[in-house]
Every structure is written in structure tokens, then in C-alpha cells.
Design a protein around this ligand. Structure first.
Ligand SMILES: Cc1cc2nc3c(=O)[nH]c(=O)nc-3n(C[C@H](O)[C@H](O)[C@H](O)COP(=O)(O)O)c2cc1C
Length: 339
């Protein structure tokens, strides 16, 4: 199997849902939520890709970074690359024909393990979504991050407990899903969370808690106060609110505020190892990739996801070499070209 075959398979299976564009930039699928697109005008998804592509790198080749090391340690787990699989779930509501919920969770969690990194699993209006996440999390001995919707407090804590019992080494809450269309369509309650409620989840969890969907420094500071172990700077791939900025633009001020206190992850529009390097230079410790891995999952299962992640890792390795970074700790603003 190669990536071209994986993408061809995916295009057939996702016909009518995702066009598997050469450049996955949110233009062709604008407004397609449910589906694979960004909400409303598609502006938030499109901005993620655009602001990232506007950043340029300084090419440097007079140094000793001949074989850069892309590995890092995440909450005690050694991983091969600073690239995690984002949660992409909800095969029925998002009309992902040709793949079942358990199959998707398997590919999105086991694929990253095959590549030496970790993936996330989703939660949704259909109970099969979280059940699949939990089942696959157990199968990989907890090397996965279940992402739970911001449900009312009792249901949220109950799912955090299930994640811990499945052995998950960390758990996340996609707080930006506080009004998600896909949940409302299936009659499931989600809501904005207070600092006290997040603090209660942290106290109950017993494993590191990550908040996914932080887009401002003040909310990052609230997350820190509540005691979370990490955040994902994310606008849910542009699926939550129309006209939010691209994540690469808000990342530096957020990382500047909380990076010493917690892990800072980011997602949105990352489509290559070069994009990964840009996000790290802007302040992230690691990144998440969503749609391209979901496409690989549909077209090639866990093996397809492994191939796509390994391609990104190779590109990152070359990009680090050509910007003079021997390890991830050497990646910083000097990598970015600024006028
Ligand atoms: C079809 C689809 C389903 C998604 N389901 C979830 C989910 O269940 N939980 C979650 O936290 N994020 C979900 N996301 C958002 C992703 O985790 C991630 O934030 C986003 O896709 C990143 O942007 P990218 O796709 O441009 O890489 C979903 C995204 C898509 C496209």
C-alpha cells in the first residue's frame, strides 16, 4: 500500500462527503458541517490553512544538525514525533460511508501507535462513538487520549472515569464543542464550562486533563488556574464558530502566557512536516492533525494513518535539518523569517 492508493480508496468511499482535495484547505467543502467542512462561510477552516501558509522559514545549512531528533516525551510516554492524531469521529452524522465507528477509532488510534506516536478518540451524540474510543483505548493499553464533549457535569465526569478505567494516560475535553451542531442534531446537551467545573473534573480525573479548543490567552490562563495539564489551541478545525482567526495567528500570545505551566498543543490546517515545524516555532510543544489522517483512515485503515504520519515525520526531519535544529528543543522563533 502507498499513500496514493490510500487517497484513491478514500475518495471513492467518501464520495459526496469529502473530495479528498490535493490541498485540503476548506474551500471546496465550505459550510459542510455535518460533513468534513468548516461551519458557515468556512472562514475559520480556510483561515487555519491560510495563516499557516503565510509564515516563511529561514533556510540555514551551515551547522551540525545532520540527523535531527524528532522525538519527545508526553506525560511520561516517549513518542517518535511531535505529531498526534486528532479526534475525528461520528461516521453516521458526518456521512462517512464505507467505514464504521469502531473501524475509524481503530485506525485513528492504532495508526499513530504504529508510527510511534499517539492518537485521540472522539465522543458524540451516537453512543457508538465513545464506546469505540474506550474499546480501542483498552486495546492499545491506554496509549490514547479520549476526547470528551463538554456535557453536563455528571455525564462528563462519568466519561472521564471510563477513560481512566480503560487505562488512558491522559484525557481531553473539547470545550469548543459547547454548542456543536452535531450534538444538538442528536439531542445531546453540551454547554460552556466554568473554571470551577473544570477544576472539579481535574480533581476527579486522576490522569492529566487537556482542554481542547482554547483560542485566547485569558482562557489559557483560566485553564492553568483550573489545574489542567495541557491545552490544544484549536477552533475545532473551523467547525464550531464562523470567522475565528487561524490558530497559527493566536498561538504565540497563548503560548507566551502559559507555556511554562503546561503542555501547549495546536491543530488546524497542518498539512506537512513544514507546517509542523512552523507551529513548533510559533510556540507549540506538539501538533494534532485531523482531516488528512481521517482520509488516510478511510482509505487505508491503521496502516494508511501510519503511512501519512511517517510521511510528515520525514518532512519534519528534513525541515529541521534545513533550518538548523538538531532537536525539538532547538526549534524557536529563529526558524521563522520575519520582515
Ligand atoms: C469529521 C470531523 C469530525 C470530528 N470529530 C471530532 C470529535 O469527535 N472530537 C473532537 O475533539 N474534535 C473533532 N473534530 C475536530 C478535530 O479533532 C480537529 O480539531 C480538527 O479536525 C483539526 O483541523 P484539521 O482537520 O484541519 O487538521 C472533528 C473534525 C472533523 C473534520
Amino acid at each position: 500500500m502507498d499513500l496514493q492508493t490510500v487517497r484513491r480508496n478514500a475518495a471513492e468511499k467518501l464520495e459526496g462527503t469529502c473530495r479528498v482535495c490535493r490541498h485540503c484547505n476548506g474551500l471546496a467543502c465550505a459550510g459542510e458541517v455535518p460533513g468534513f467542512g468548516g461551519i458557515g462561510t468556512g472562514s475559520s477552516f480556510i483561515s487555519n490553512v491560510q495563516v499557516l501558509s503565510r509564515r516563511k522559514l529561514n533556510l540555514r545549512v551551515l551547522h551540525e544538525a545532520r540527523d535531527p531528533d524528532t522525538s519527545l516525551r508526553l506525560f511520561g510516554l516517549d513518542i517518535s514525533m511531535p505529531i498526534l492524531g486528532a479526534a475525528v469521529a461520528g461516521t453516521r452524522v458526518n456521512r462517512m460511508g464505507g467505514i464504521g465507528e469502531h473501524q475509524l477509532a481503530d485506525a485513528m488510534i492504532r495508526g499513530p501507535r504504529l508510527a510511534g506516536t499517539v492518537g485521540m478518540g472522539g465522543d458524540g451524540g451516537d453512543p457508538a462513538v465513545f464506546d469505540s474510543t474506550i474499546a480501542v483505548t483498552s486495546e492499545v493499553h491506554g496509549a490514547a487520549i479520549p476526547v470528551i464533549k463538554p456535557r453536563e457535569q455528571h455525564g462528563l465526569i462519568e466519561r472521564v472515569r471510563r477513560a481512566r478505567e480503560a487505562g488512558a494516560f491522559a484525557v481531553a475535553i473539547d470545550v469548543d464543542a459547547a454548542a456543536l451542531i452535531n450534538m444538538k442534531l442528536l439531542g445531546q446537551g453540551v454547554e460552556p464550562k466554568t473554571q470551577a467545573e473544570i477544576g472539579e473534573v481535574v480533581a476527579e480525573a486522576g490522569i492529566p486533563v487537556i482542554l481542547k479548543g482554547i483560542m485566547t490567552p485569558d482562557e489559557a490562563a483560566i485553564a492553568a488556574e483550573a489545574g489542567v495539564a495541557g491545552i490544544v489551541v484549536s477552533n475545532h478545525g473551523g467547525r464550531a464558530l464562523d470567522h475565528t482567526p487561524g490558530t497559527a495567528d493566536v498561538l504565540p500570545s497563548i503560548a507566551g502566557r502559559v507555556k511554562d505551566e503546561m503542555l501547549v498543543l495546536v491543530d488546524g490546517g497542518i498539512r506537512s512536516g513544514v507546517d509542523v515545524l512552523k507551529m513548533l516555532a510559533l510556540g507549540a510543544d506538539a501538533v494534532l492533525v485531523g482531516r488528512p489522517l481521517a482520509v488516510a483512515a478511510v482509505g487505508g485503515g491503521a496502516e494508511g494513518v501510519r503511512l501519512q504520519l511517517e510521511e510528515y515525520a520525514k518532512q519534519l526531519h528534513v525541515a529541521m535539518m534545513l533550518t538548523g535544529c538538531a532537536s525539538l528543543s532547538e526549534v524557536g522563533r529563529k526558524v521563522l523569517w520575519e520582515v
